[in-house]
Design a protein. Structure first.
Length: 78
């Protein structure tokens, strides 16, 4: 039915997270909002809705900067 994509930042113009909202119709005919969040930074993030934490991303350690992009990685568990 409707939706939007938002880039959220805390200290500049590069987004720390992307928020995707979607309004769709249930089988009952009622409308329902859904959301998705993607972290775009090595920093830890937390998203709250009505004072309840609904999504988190831990600090992922190291980020290596290049001239026009960044590469993030996390140490895998074995």
């Amino acid at each position: 039915m409707d939706g939007g994509v938002f880039g959220l930042t805390s200290n500049g113009t590069n987004p720390d997270a992307m928020l995707v909202l979607e309004l769709h119709t249930l089988r009952t005919g009622e409308a329902e909002w859904l959301f998705g969040i993607a972290g775009m930074t090595a920093g830890g993030l937390s998203v709250k809705f009505d004072d309840k934490e609904v999504w988190t991303k831990p600090y992922s350690g190291r980020a290596e900067s290049f001239e026009n992009w960044s590469w993030f990685w996390e140490k895998g568990t074995e």
